[in-house]
Design a protein around this ligand. Sequence first.
Ligand code: ZN
Length: 161
Amino acid sequence: MPAWYEIIRVGKVPYGKGVFAIRTITAGETIGKVTGKVIDDPEYTSTYCIDLGDGVKSLEPRGPFRYLNHCCEPNAKLFLHETVYEDGTPGPTEVTVEALCTIEPEEEVRIDYAWDIVGAIPCLCGASQCRGWIVDPEQLPKLLKKQKKLTERDKAPQKSK
Ligand SMILES: [Zn+2]
């Protein structure tokens, strides 16, 4: 596997940093392995942390992949890989970034954060299929319903005392 810096670079985007391809990345290609600090706390949350799938541990990524931005039509995805030590005991879960389609040089590499409804924030990714929210697509209908209720409540005439 080539080193990440032969494939991508960290660059500026209007609201911070992003990850950009420096050469053509083919669909299915592994862009790199996400490294960082494993946090063993189910309550832990941050903008960048990656749920390691067991409901307890999460990975707080280091650069460059810390700077992967969200897009509702992503061109890359995170994959979790179980590992085992030589003696057969389970090892740490590894996370890789893989291309979902061909990514052209200088194109931003983005993933779908698919956040839980609890952490959902409005999305400005600009994709034609943008969901309007950074949220798990499966939870979007629930979120929109909740938002509609909130808007209706705000519009309701105030009761005078
Ligand atoms: Zn979006």
